[in-house]
Design a binder for this molecule. Structure first.
Ligand code: PEP
Ligand code: MG
Length: 587
């Protein structure tokens, strides 16, 4: 065959690490043929019965998927299917479809498609990331329902997945739910952001993924051999033997490193000179506590409690929360658990709090501590649960999104009330419980000296601090390239927070995603950050790196970086340090 086998390199946004090589399956879902015919009035009741039957079948399918994903990836990943069930059971969509059928005399399948399309168009055209995501939910659910109505088995990815690299314009969470590690080799999409549900799920099952490849689907064809480097976002069509050899060696090295790193996971976390750097894990629920011990973490540095509140069953009671917090506290004791109070809002919306109207700028809206201060009963219920759990381990309490001392004082006043309430009931709690503040709003960072006098520790939430400092929406893939953790403003801010904290004798942790970034960790530590809290799977690697680095070298790196104003030079410097001191560890 006279086909060109030229090697071609492309670059996207790396979304899930790992290297994969194999034949491509170009996933361009064919449009379903929707039957379009008139029905008589006598047939209308039969159509409604048929519709009900198919709604039930679709519901069953979604429930099955939810359970399968929940078993495999955990409750958080499966949460998207709860949202899908809500769409499926939405009376407005159902009733409007039936009304459309009665008014137009058309078959129900045709009417469902028409009504859903109207909603999808309305949502998709709104200039709001969150609402556009809802259009995707409606699209996904409708597709599933229409497949049942049309009577075709869902095309999905499931039957054609084995040992393929999926190349698609986008993948939905339902698509990703069919993925199994070892069967889907990798995922490459034209659009998408690192924080989309589908990508988060790919990351959980450790399938390499690259997003934001623009028109890549039109550049490959079924069966092309493709190499996916999820570490740096490179995709190679028809890679040469030389390239493959290089990547083969690279993967071998990665595997060997992984084994070496895991063998040392239980060792102390300290630099070559013996400077201790505490490494703790970020968790979202008690079911993750096993991983904390396995990865060699010194406890939990961030327990994101809001995930307990996003369940269909509504908000957890004080008792339910107490049980969850106590389980974690008891399991990791004597190591600490930093329990962060509710951070709802932003991109985390429970239906019960925001029944109808969405905010125009949810990340700048009624989020986290603001929401709690407006809902004292909800807040105090959580505070009491955390306090009660503190009797069973080493619990620390932390407030998110504090903007200054005013909010900290108000939060602490509720904490004092919660303590009094427990005292009255003679319920036990740790009277010396430490209370910390997240530093994730620039105003808090700038007034860190005041805050430091009123709390026991700081934890810098770089995910938000960077978005607010640089005015970069952390969910928007169109400006993802502007999200610069090594921006001089970020470095100065971290340094300022560390100085303010140390002047008052309190410690500073970083619990945003940069705490798991091997290029930036030496910078953070060099700036004086005392502790890091990160995803459990990344912790052994960061520990291994710290154990092989000189603290003084990291300090020199940070000092040099603080002198530079150009973000490109800054990141260059951090990468050069990484190449010189860290990359060598993996050869
Ligand atoms: C952060 O903002 O860095 C953080 C850790 O909090 P979250 O990602 O939950 O907003
Ligand atoms: Mg945050």
């Amino acid at each position: 065959m006279a086909e060109s086998r030229t090697e071609q390199f492309f670059k996207g946004i790396s979304a899930s690490p790992g290297v994969a090589y194999g034949p491509v399956h170009v996933y361009l879902p064919k449009e379903l043929e929707i039957p379009d015919h008139s029905i008589s009035e006598d047939q209308q009741e039969d159509e409604i019965e048929y519709f009900d039957e198919k709604l039930l079948a679709t519901r069953k399918e979604i429930l099955g998927l939810r359970d399968a994903v929940s078993g495999r990836l955990g409750r958080e990943s499966a949460g998207i299917f709860d949202a899908h069930l809500l769409v499926l059971e939405d009376r407005v969509l159902i009733e409007e479809s039936i009304r459309e059928m009665r008014e137009t005399g058309k078959n129900i399948t045709y009417c469902v498609n028409k009504v859903a399309q109207r909603y999808i168009d309305a949502f998709a055209n709104i200039d709001d990331e969150y609402l556009r995501e809802r259009a995707n939910d409606i699209r996904d659910v409708t597709k599933r329902l229409l497949h049942h109505l049309v009577g075709e088995s869902r095309h999905g990815l499931e039957p054609i997945l084995e040992n393929r690299i999926i190349v698609a314009r986008d993948v939905s969470p339902s698509d990703t739910a069919g993925f199994e590690r070892g069967k889907v080799l990798g995922v490459v999409t034209d659009v998408g952001s690192k924080t989309s549900h589908a990508v988060i799920m790919a990351r959980s099952i450790q399938v390499p993924a690259i997003v934001g490849m623009r028109n890549f689907t039109s550049l490959v064809k079924e069966g092309d051999e493709v190499l996916v480097d999820g570490y740096d976002g490179t995709v190679v069509i028809n890679p040469s033997e030389k390239t493959l050899f290089g990547y083969g060696k690279f993967e071998e090295k990665k595997q060997a490193l992984r084994r070496r790193v895991h063998a040392e996971a239980g060792e102390p976390s300290r630099t070559l000179e013996g400077v201790p750097i505490d490494l703790r894990a970020n968790i979202e629920g008690p079911e993750e506590v096993g991983r904390v011990k396995d990865c060699g973490a010194a406890g939990v540095g961030l327990f994101r409690t809001e995930f307990l509140f996003l369940k269909d069953s509504g908000f957890p009671s004080e008792e339910e929360q107490y049980q969850a917090y106590r389980t974690v506290a008891a399991e990791v004791a004597p190591d600490p658990v930093v329990i962060r109070t509710l951070d709802l809002g932003g991109d985390k919306f429970p239906n019960s709090i925001y029944p109808t109207d969405r905010e125009a700028n949810p990340f700048l809206g009624l989020r986290a501590i603001r929401l709690c201060l407006e809902n004292p009963d909800l807040f105090k219920r959580q505070l009491r649960a955390i306090l009660r759990a503190s009797a069973h381990g080493n619990v620390k309490l932390m407030y998110p999104m504090i903007s200054g001392v005013g909010e900290l004082d108000r939060a602490n006043a509720y904490l004092a009330e919660a303590k009094e309430e427990l005292d009255r009931k003679e319920q036990d709690y740790d009277r010396g419980i430490e209370v910390g503040t997240m530093i994730e709003i620039p105003s808090a960072a700038i007034t860190a000296d005041f805050l430091a006098r009123k709390c026991d520790f700081f934890s810098i939430g770089t995910n938000d601090l960077i978005q607010y400092l640089l005015a970069i929406d952390r969910l928007n893939e169109r400006i993802a390239h502007l999200y610069e953790p090594a921006h001089p403003a970020v470095l100065r801010m971290v340094r300022g927070v560390v100085e303010a904290a140390h002047a008052q004798g309190i410690r500073v942790s970083v619990c945003g995603e940069v705490a798991g970034d091997a290029v930036l960790v030496p910078v953070l530590l060099g700036l004086g950050v005392d502790e890091l809290s990160l995803v459990a799977s990344g912790l052994p690697g960061i520990k291994y790196m710290i154990r092989n680095l000189e603290f003084s070298a990291m300090e020199s790196l940070a000092a040099e970086m603080l002198e530079l104003g150009d973000p490109c030079e800054l990141i260059q410097l951090a990468e050069t340090f990484y190449e010189k001191h860290v990359a060598g560890l993996i050869t």
